[in-house]
Design a protein around this ligand. Structure first.
Ligand code: FE2
Length: 430
């Protein structure tokens, strides 16, 4: 007897299986002939572990246009604009925007999110709001918070003290922004200080690192060195790493094996990188995306992050990690079948491993969280970014929607059979 059975779905590896759930755990995977309190028919649909976003800013999300839009479209104007918004926003506004975003995320099967939260504010209003949100959404979303000194650990006079306070309050991960410090040397020192804080407290590290087109911005080298020196292997991520796009090839050939040795993960954010980078170029304009395939070839964990939805840096966004992977596979030119399947894996399993989610995955004993997609396989899911027909979080069905097939009323086509569903090709023809 199970509480819930998801019947007949196709798993990302192509296996067709039923998934039996008891309480908040997956209790069986295979052909299940047993009673259940609830049965979800997933025949012909893709059943995936939930989407995971390892890089987001939930204190800024859904604030687009407040108090104005980013006219230049640059990272630096975005930071300035966020500074203006911080002066006027309230605890309730931050909390309610974040909770609304979590509703969107839940409906899309995005059930684990690592969000940076700005610690350059003496009131730590954003930290308090997101700690409250973390508690409220815990039944369905695992929200991991990163203490992020947005204005620079040393550039902002109280950032260090406030970042430590935020960690004392229960923020999970140590963040930073070395390329925004006043000098390369301050940036280097901030990486060392932040890694030492993480080592002392037994925490993970995730720095906004080298988010610039400057080929000489090389804080990832310091981050890798400190990871090795302090024994933080497997607990450190560099977010963005866009300068690597422009770095000298010889230098990169030395850097990447060091990152692999130190088990430093990389989190590019393709929607934002392609929008913000290259803004100071004429033509050709650099893409600004880091070297994804080259890192993966060396065994470095690379996940796709979302970064922004409707905020000072990005005027679009939905919360759909399939949009993120879709943009990533285009900009990184990951278009072979194996590379596209890897892109799907990046927004699920790889992101979960970067966040250290031990209970994650479609396996017996794991947390019973999954998403049923109106697609036949991961590549079709990337192509269509289809409806989420059902989302299960920690054993409970939290979202369901009807399959939404278009009905065409068009003239007959003699001698030719029209597909039943023109947008979908996998298994729905005829
Ligand atoms: Fe970010």
């Amino acid at each position: 007897m199970f509480d819930l059975i998801v019947k007949g779905g196709t798993l990302p590896d192509g296996t067709v299986a039923d998934i039996g759930i008891r309480g908040d755990r997956i209790a069986a995977i295979g052909q299940i002939e047993a009673e259940a309190g609830q049965v979800i028919d997933a025949t012909g649909d893709l059943v995936s572990p939930p989407f995971v976003d390892p890089h987001f800013h939930m204190d800024a999300t859904l604030s687009y246009g407040t108090p104005r839009i980013n006219a230049s479209g640059t990272l630096l104007e975005g930071i300035g604009l966020w500074g203006e918004l911080k002066q006027v926003m309230t605890f309730e506004q931050v909390r309610d925007r974040a909770l609304e975003y979590c509703d969107w995320a839940a409906s899309l099967g995005l059930l684990a999110i690592r969000s940076h939260v700005d610690t350059c504010d003496d009131s730590l209003l954003g930290v308090e709001a997101l700690l409250d949100v973390r508690k409220q959404v815990a039944p369905y979303i695992d929200l991991q918070l990163v203490a992020f000194p947005q204005d620079g650990l040393y550039r902002d006079p109280t950032a260090l003290a406030n970042t430590l306070r935020a960690l004392d309050m229960g923020v999970d991960v140590v963040g930073g922004i070395p390329h925004f410090e006043r000098s390369m040397e301050d940036g280097r020192a901030s990486v060392t200080a932040l890694c030492e804080i993480a080592a002392e407290r037994g925490l993970m590290v995730d720095l906004h690192c080298d988010e610039t087109d400057d080929p000489l911005s090389r804080h990832i080298e310091t981050l890798t060195f400190e990871t090795q020196r302090l024994g933080l292997q497997g607990r450190v991520a560099g977010s963005h790493l866009t300068s690597m796009h422009s770095m000298d090839n010889y230098y990169v050939s030395k850097l990447l094996p060091l990152m692999a040795e130190a088990q430093v993960a990389a989190i590019p954010n393709p929607l934002i990188n392609i929008v913000l980078q290259g803004r100071h170029d004429t033509y050709p304009k650099r893409r600004g995306l880091t070297r994804v395939k080259e890192m993966q070839a060396l065994g470095i964990a690379v996940g796709w992050g979302q970064d922004c939805v409707l905020d000072p840096w990005y005027s679009l966004g939905t919360g759909d990690m399939l949009d993120v992977a879709f943009m990533g596979l285009h900009v990184a030119q990951m278009t072979s079948p194996a590379e596209m399947r890897r892109c799907f894996d990046m927004v699920t399993n790889v992101n979960a491993s970067i966040m250290g989610l031990a209970d994650y995955g479609l396996r017996v004993g794991a947390q019973a969280s999954l998403v049923v997609l109106d697609a036949g396989n991961p590549i079709e899911a990337l192509r269509l970014r289809p409806d989420r027909l059902c989302v299960v979080a920690k054993g409970k069905v939290i979202a369901q929607r009807q399959r939404n097939d278009t009905v065409l009323s068009l003239p007959e086509r003699p001698g030719s059979v029209r597909r039943r569903h023109p947008a979908h090709s996998g298994g729905t023809a005829g």
